[in-house]
Design a binder for this molecule. Structure first.
Ligand SMILES: [Mg+2]
Length: 193
């Protein structure tokens, strides 16, 4: 039990050094390609590999469909980021031996995130756009990013989680816990209201 039933309404991720270990605007060069249906690997012009950190696919499986997922990047190369996200295949969840039908298929990274704010500038603008487009209050937004300068989104009421060495399951669920502590569920166990 990981508590995926009690999530904020929107979870946003920075991309560079949060989901993959490079700066898309400086470390790689177009054109990008994928070899066949290779999972979690895109190659650039010089065969430099672009891949999500190892725990990212499991995190996406756990929360996809339970909250709104967003990308929030201030890269100077939005087209590169979008190209790679369209090519990158997230491995499918493990096959459930009891399930009927075909085994789960890999899905494009691009398709996991209905909301994408990818352009330079203060991330306060990115979150204002997310709020405008979704109507979700800032208090219901949780954001993972590797750069402390982007903590300024807390001024809006967004819960900010600083990620070091890439997103992993421990840092992800630690972030959810941080959001829950700020937004406790009010329940009554003794019948009193
Ligand atoms: Mg980053």
């Amino acid at each position: 039990m990981n508590g995926a039933d009690c999530l904020p309404s929107l979870i946003a991720f920075d991309i560079d050094y949060t989901l993959w270990d490079l700066w898309i605007d400086t470390h790689v060069q177009a054109p990008f390609r994928r070899t066949g249906n290779t999972l979690n690997q895109v190659l650039d012009r010089y065969n430099q590999e672009i891949a999500f950190y190892p725990d990212v696919s499991k995190i996406l499986h756990d929360i996809s469909g339970k909250t709104t997922l967003a990308l929030c990047s201030r890269t100077n190369a939005p087209d590169y980021a979008r190209d790679v996200l369209r090519l990158l295949l997230v491995p499918p969840p493990p096959n459930d031996p009891d399930a009927d039908g075909a085994p789960p298929e890999p899905k494009r990274a691009f398709d996991y995130f209905p909301q994408k704010e990818i352009y330079p500038g203060s991330k306060i603008n990115h979150f204002k756009a997310l709020h405008r487009k979704t109507g979700i209050p800032y208090s219901e937004m949780l954001f993972y990013d590797d750069e402390s300068r982007n903590k300024d989104v807390e001024s809006l009421g967004v819960t900010f989680v600083l990620v070091s060495s890439g997103l992993n399951s421990r840092s992800f669920w630690g972030g959810v816990e941080k959001w829950r502590k700020k937004n406790p569920v009010v329940t009554s166990s003794d019948g009193e209201v």
